[in-house]
Design a protein around this ligand. Structure first.
Ligand SMILES: Cc1cc2nc3c(=O)[nH]c(=O)nc-3n(C[C@H](O)[C@H](O)[C@H](O)COP(=O)(O)O)c2cc1C
Length: 211
């Protein structure tokens, strides 16, 4: 093999390696964008499939799943990162029925295997914005409802705040101290499948730049 043969061989090897590397990089880019779009699809599907679920099967919800839901709740954004919340997990049907007695709108409590009462903790609020307990616990509530949807569970935001009597009733049944404000109760469980998501998108609600 003379010098020019060796040079051609080396050039061919270099060319092959470059093409191979290029193909590898291209493949990597393709895989990344594919996994990004499937991630997007997954999160958007959870958001758009969430619905208020008021009818449940008899299947109990595991403690592990309840912890997962609570973790999702506590991942919510809060003003000043105050996290001014407390959560009461209820699995006792007697407590749920006691709550239900004066909560005419909380139909979900009739047959739910579990419920979470979302509360504001006034000892954790910031002086500058004490009312943020309302928005912060609302964000936590929505996070938990989305987590439930993603886990094949379903729940319904059942109002306590701002009903003075509803809040007083929850306070009494759950033995809440003065600084704890009940925001809502979320009955939840495995859906029977009767509830379907509603399409609510309306372009008329959107404004660009200014009204
Ligand atoms: C602040 C608030 C209070 C609600 N209170 C109740 C309630 O007391 N009882 C109930 O069954 N649903 C309640 N819901 C659920 C709404 O009825 C439900 O979100 C609405 O009808 C839209 O349906 P969807 O959640 O299936 O999209 C409440 C929702 C919010 C955000």
């Amino acid at each position: 093999m003379n010098k020019s043969h060796i040079l051609s061989l080396l050039l061919a090897i270099a060319l092959f390696l470059s093409i191979y590397k290029l193909a590898e990089v291209k493949n990597e880019i393709k895989n990344t964008s594919e996994s990004t779009s499937s991630k997007e699809e997954a999160i958007l599907s959870v958001i758009h499939n969430r619905k208020s679920v008021r009818n449940y099967t008899d299947q109990p919800v595991s403690d592990e799943d309840i912890t997962t839901i609570l973790k999702a709740g506590m991942a919510a954004p809060t003003g000043f990162n105050a996290q001014p919340w407390q959560f009461i997990v209820i699995k006792d049907r007697n407590t749920m029925m006691e709550l239900r007695k004066e909560l005419v709108y909380a139909r979900g409590l009739d047959g739910s295997p579990a419920a979470i009462v979302v509360c504001g903790d006034m000892t954790k609020v910031r002086e500058e914005a004490p009312e943020f307990w309302i928005t912060d616990t609302s964000a936590a509530t929505q996070n938990m409802l989305l987590a439930m949807e993603g886990m094949g569970l379903g729940g319904v935001w059942s109002t306590l705040y701002p009903g003075v009597e509803r809040m007083a009733h929850a306070r009494k049944v759950l033995n809440l101290p003065e600084h704890i404000m009940p925001m809502c109760v979320i009955p939840f469980g495995y859906p029977t499948g009767v509830e379907k998501p509603k399409v609510k998108f309306d372009a008329n609600n959107i404004h660009f730049e200014k009204w």
